[in-house]
Ligand binder design. Structure first.
Ligand code: GLV
Ligand code: MG
Length: 286
């Protein structure tokens, strides 16, 4: 599967009776299977359970340096991230891993987590990403729904807009990636695409796949379109070509005024497109 990252779950998809045996299955999978250069992450159980420290110790010491990150679900406060950071430092020391090797992703999926998201996103140098968890979040705020994250017909608008924006700004202010969580109606790929577009339009970096069929749609929606990528390149060229005199102010790009801020937007799109493997199209001939 062309997925950028693989997330092994020890949390809500594992029943309590299997929590401890699941750790060695995950370690075995990380060590014994071939994962190319994909980012590998394990979702631990949160600090409101008895399993967090055992998960971290067994998984990080067992998986060794092939494990890139751990995910902390239901993060409610910065102190939870600090506690995990300290624990990881000791596990790394005892396992011969460089200090700071394991990154942290936090999931925001409770009312308290959202209130504290700004402090959470700046709580550790290990932080790589902040992830929204729509299902747990809907339960936490007592939304009258049975499927987290999907539109509520009775509500005139996007009931999660504030939540998405708040998480996005907290993540961006701290230079970490911002990711949308799962879409559970796995047979409805059309609706999945709509929800990918919603998160992408706001500026999110990606969204989870919980089924192989979702991966291609994610890659398509979250990569710049070829036309947009080419336009961004052309804008960079136009800005570069404009003489220094002209660039004292703004310059024209077709019918549009562009300036330093336009260059930054274009640069970000080009970087994102390159990471997605896009190449600039040959300019059309005369
Ligand atoms: C994911 O963990 C969610 O609760 O949506
Ligand atoms: Mg959850």
């Amino acid at each position: 599967m062309p997925a950028d990252m693989i997330l092994f779950d020890l949390e809500d998809s594992v029943v309590p009776a299997e929590k401890e045996t699941a750790r060695s299955s995950v370690v075995g999978a990380i060590r014994d299977l071939s994962w190319d250069d994909r980012v590998l992450c394990v979702r631990l159980n949160g600090w409101d359970t008895p399993w967090t420290y055992g998960d971290a110790i067994e998984v990080v010491s067992g998986a060794g340096d092939r494990l890139d990150e751990v995910m902390l679900p239901k993060t409610q406060a910065a102190a939870e991230v600090v506690a995990l950071d300290l624990l990881l430092t000791q596990v790394e020391l005892n396992s011969g891993l460089p200090t700071g090797h394991i990154g942290i992703e936090v999931q925001i999926e409770t009312a308290r987590g959202l209130l504290n998201v700004e402090a959470i996103c700046s709580a550790s140098a290990r932080l790589e990403a902040v992830v929204f968890g729509p299902a747990d979040f809907a339960a936490s705020i007592e939304m009258p729904v049975l499927t987290g994250g999907v539109q509520i017909d009775q509500y005139p608008g996007d009931h999660f807009h504030y939540v998405f924006s708040k998480i996005l700004i907290a993540g961006r202010a701290n230079g970490i990636q911002v990711i949308d969580g799962p879409f559970l109606k796995i047979r409805d790929l059309g609706l999945f695409r709509d929800y990918c577009s919603r998160a992408h339009a706001l500026g999110y970096d990606g969204k989870w796949a919980v089924h192989p069929d979702q991966v291609a749609i994610l890659n398509e929606v979250f990569s710049p379109a070829q036309e947009q990528f080419d336009r961004a390149w052309a804008m960079l060229d136009a800005y570069e070509r404009a003489g220094d005199d002209e660039r004292k102010g703004a310059v024209m790009f077709g019918a549009e005024m562009i300036d330093e801020a336009s260059r930054k937007m274009a640069f970000k799109l080009v970087s994102r497109g390159r990471r997605a493997g896009l190449q600039r199209s040959e300019p059309a001939g005369p």
